[in-house]
Design a protein around this ligand. Structure first.
Ligand SMILES: Cc1cc2nc3c(=O)[nH]c(=O)nc-3n(C[C@H](O)[C@H](O)[C@H](O)COP(=O)(O)OP(=O)(O)OC[C@H]3O[C@@H](n4cnc5c(N)ncnc54)[C@H](O)[C@@H]3O)c2cc1C
Length: 509
């Protein structure tokens, strides 16, 4: 079938990069479109209906669960739909209207010189705002500031038929689990929210559902399955005046885990508690540090990362935000005292007290997944079908040590290469298995499923921040059961009756 409007192009090889995202998996497409405004998005969706074709929505394609990888049909790429309004101040906060293709870096460039801060920080600052909302992106600062959801005041969403829903936070609520929403054309969409309940921890698995919920929250984290986000109002706060970060290197993992609990304000036998709460607590396993040492020797892109002493075993990163330097310093000092008791010294510390000094530390944090991806790319040259196996699971506080020791025991038993890193403040440590052969890939996959079962048994989530996308579809059912998944599908049908949007995301296509 041929595209008829100027906005939709026949897919040709010149667009082949749009078949992929950062998951490194690849799809196929017949048409592609780069709308620049909401009107054009609506037109493209109407044309998709005429062409009877499915649509895959793309932001900046930094997602790692293949959510933006097309499964045939039309690619709706929003990277040219950029724009930022003026900052409007309301009391001690502010707000800015942003179009979905605007990148997080572009938001920061506009708001930070004017003294404003948008806390969601999914490590990859080249993510788009539409993608961050659709995925409810999190990151290191989520430990204190919460995920993207907490920073969205208003959304405009174009539905599969081209109609629009506009939702201001605080205005439209479900009644128990029933809701009705009125579109801009005056149509009312009535329905019931699924009956499942979600664990009370960091989770990005499935639709966000609560009794009496604010209906704007349904569209945050829906992974493009209910509509296309065409505008968002972001909530801003003043940039913290003091921002201190430090990486502490420790002689063993057990010491690092005690330090994490102390930094969270928990009681640990024989270890004092840090009274000041950090905004981020991140973890780097000994395997992650080794990988960075190797990457620094091999790739010039890793030159910026400071050298890593061979003596250093495990690292913990914490960040303190405050109104005054002295307050942030107080947290840092208390944290360092505890770290010393656990075997670290002043030489085993990188300490930054300004945003500029923090840059190499942030580059260090970003470098771990980047180094894994480079290694996978090398391996893929020999074994085309292998990919990284990256877990994204969170567990309740009491299971932190148990889950890490489960990962370690199973990986050692199978002899797999891996790194562990990430958001340990939320008991959310990523295990990245780096298979050397297709056999190892299969072994890793079966471990992953077993771990997901165990994590669900512990009361955790199969996806704490990356979402389900196309790669983790079986895990959604494992977490909630088949009836809940059927209820999610029924909810999708209310907004997208012909299942046009993002086939393969959340549900088997
Ligand atoms: C090195 C690295 C580190 C990362 N670390 C983190 C991390 O710490 N925390 C974290 O949460 N994520 C992390 N990510 C994943 C990723 O950056 C985030 O998920 C990000 O929010 C994706 O934004 P994007 O614009 O690239 O979206 P895309 O990848 O283009 O799309 C993501 C999903 O959103 C949908 N979508 C995109 N735009 C829209 C729209 N306007 N309307 C409706 N649906 C839409 C897509 O269909 C897809 O399902 C990391 C990625 C990389 C590469």
């Amino acid at each position: 079938m041929e595209a008829t409007s100027e906005l939709v192009k026949q897919f040709t090889d010149e667009y082949c990069e749009y078949l992929k995202d950062e998951s490194r998996s690849s799809g196929k497409a017949h048409f592609i479109s780069f709308p620049t405004c909401e009107m054009e998005v609506r037109e493209v969706l109407r044309e998709a209906a005429i062409l009877q074709t499915v649509v895959t929505v793309q932001g900046a394609r930094t997602g790692i669960v293949a959510g933006a990888v097309p499964k045939g049909g039309l690619i709706l790429n929003l990277s040219r739909m950029k724009g930022l309004g003026e900052i409007t101040k309301a009391g001690d906060q502010a707000e800015i209207t942003v179009l979905p293709g605007t990148l997080l870096t572009e938001v920061r460039e506009k708001i930070e010189p004017q003294g404003w801060f948008f806390p969601p920080d999914p490590t990859e600052a080249s993510a788009s705002i539409g993608g961050m909302v659709a995925a409810n992106a999190s990151g290191a600062l989520t430990f204190y500031y919460g995920p993207t959801r907490c920073w969205i005041n208003r959304l405009r969403v174009v539905l599969a038929d081209g109609d629009v829903i506009s939702l201001q936070r605080g205005q439209v609520f479900a009644r128990g689990r029933s809701f009705d929403l009125t579109t801009e054309s005056g149509r009312t969409i009535c329905g019931s929210l699924p009956s499942y309940s979600q664990p009370d921890l960091k989770s990005a698995a499935g639709y966000f559902i609560r009794e009496n919920m604010d209906m704007v929250d349904l569209f945050i984290g829906m992974e493009g399955t209910l509509g296309v986000i065409t505008e968002a109002d972001l909530r801003l706060i003043p940039i913290p005046k003091a921002c201190h970060g430090l990486v502490i290197f420790l002689p063993c993992e057990a010491a690092a885990l005690k330090l994490v609990r102390s930094a969270r304000g928990e009681q640990v036998p024989g270890v004092p508690t840090v009274e000041v709460r950090p905004v981020a607590i991140e973890f780097f396993s000994c395997e992650a540090l080794d990988l960075l040492r190797r990457a620094k020797e091999k790739y010039s892109a890793f030159e910026k990362i400071p050298s890593l002493n061979p003596r250093w075993h495990t690292a913990v990163y914490v960040e303190y935000h405050a109104d005054k330097d002295e307050e942030a310093e107080q947290g840092v000092m208390q944290f360092m005292e505890v770290a010393e008791l656990l075997g670290s010294t002043e030489e085993d510390t990188w300490y930054a007290t300004t945003h500029r000094e923090l840059e190499p530390i942030k580059a260090f944090r970003h470098a771990v997944p980047e180094a894994v991806n480079l290694l996978i790319d090398e391996r893929k040259r020999e074994w085309h079908d292998i990919t990284k196996l990256g877990t994204d699971m969170s567990v309740p506080d009491e299971y932190l040590e148990a889950v890490i020791s489960m990962y370690r025991k199973d990986l050692a038993a199978k002899g797999l290469e891996f790194v562990m890193f990430g958001h340990i403040g939320n008991n959310h440590v990523h295990v990245n298995i780096i298979p050397r052969t297709p056999e190892e890939y299969e072994l890793g996959r079966s471990l992953y499923i077993n771990w997901a079962r165990e994590v669900v048994r512990m009361g955790g989530s199969v996806s704490a921040e990356h979402g389900i996308g196309k790669l983790k579809v079986p895990l959604l059912e494992l977490m909630y059961g088949s009836q809940a998944v059927e209820e999610m599908r029924a909810l999708k049908r209310l907004f997208d009756p012909h299942s046009i949007l993002n086939p393969g995301n959340l549900f088997p296509s």
